[in-house]
Ligand binder design. Sequence first.
Ligand SMILES: Nc1nc2c(ncn2[C@@H]2O[C@H](COP(=O)(O)OP(=O)(O)OP(=O)(O)O)[C@@H](O)[C@H]2O)c(=O)[nH]1
Ligand SMILES: [Mg+2]
Length: 290
Amino acid sequence: MAMGVKKEEILLSALEGSRRDLSRLLSLIESGEDINVPIQDSWTLGVTGPPGVGKSSLIGNFVNYWSSRGEKVAVLAVDPSSPNSGGALLGDRMRMPLADSGDLVFVRSLATRNHPGGLSTYISTMIDCLAACGWDRIVIETVGSGQSDYRIAAFADRILLVDGPDRGDIIQAEKAGIIELADIIAVNKSDMKGSQQAAETIQSSLSMDENPPPIHLVCSHDGSGIEAMIEDIEKCLPGQKSGLRARERLISAWDFRLLSHPELNRIIHLLETGNITLQEAVESLNQSEG
Ligand SMILES: Nc1nc2c(ncn2[C@@H]2O[C@H](COP(=O)(O)OP(=O)(O)OP(=O)(O)O)[C@@H](O)[C@H]2O)c(=O)[nH]1
Ligand SMILES: [Mg+2]
């Protein structure tokens, strides 16, 4: 009961603009607390792509661009490896130059390692929460090191897929089916050899596509190509790939439910020891669903 009152207070204070209480609120959501956040229209961008291609650096450019126009930008950086959010936050901050720029920027890391079932049930509430607290642009960074990580980007209304000059990277993204979801593709590190060729390869792999996403060759270090890409991001209509995104969100939520099922380990053991068939395992998971 007392906890309930406290939650309400934190929510109110966050809605009134307290960043400290916004952080506390996000921690509560992450720990599985039910928070009754007022639903509000939000503007969301998912930024995904293979490790190290420059997602955080590009987001740093976006943060500078929007915050210098007086817009409030919140970044949720989903980090699959970090055992605690502190380290990841620090690392990302270093690559987001203006991440400290006063009241206009808010960066929060989320460590997926703490959530074996994934983040799908938290991310929507966090987005609602940030939007209700007045954050105009909400950016979700997720490393594409596995399909479930890519999928988190589908919780945003528009998706930027980032690739680098290394040819191998995009194949990984292709395998995970993320190219279909991308509204815009960026080939970052245009200052490096091979980036032009990477862009051309992606272009030709999309030549059969009826409505291929625009491909931008950009450099987060010197800013070249960034403004034109932001214009495309801003033009992007969320409705375009909403069916595909809804599908990914559903799969993500379904996986979460399965992986956080209290009987999962017991049923896996029964299956492993040959005591039940696969079909029976599926049925008992269905039946014991609370
Ligand atoms: N040459 C060059 N290097 C870049 C550019 N953008 C980023 N980098 C470098 O690439 C490395 C990775 O950059 P990040 O922004 O951390 O990449 P990321 O995709 O967020 O990485 P993860 O979150 O770990 O997957 C850093 O050393 C950056 O300095 C660029 O435009 N040109
Ligand atoms: Mg990053």
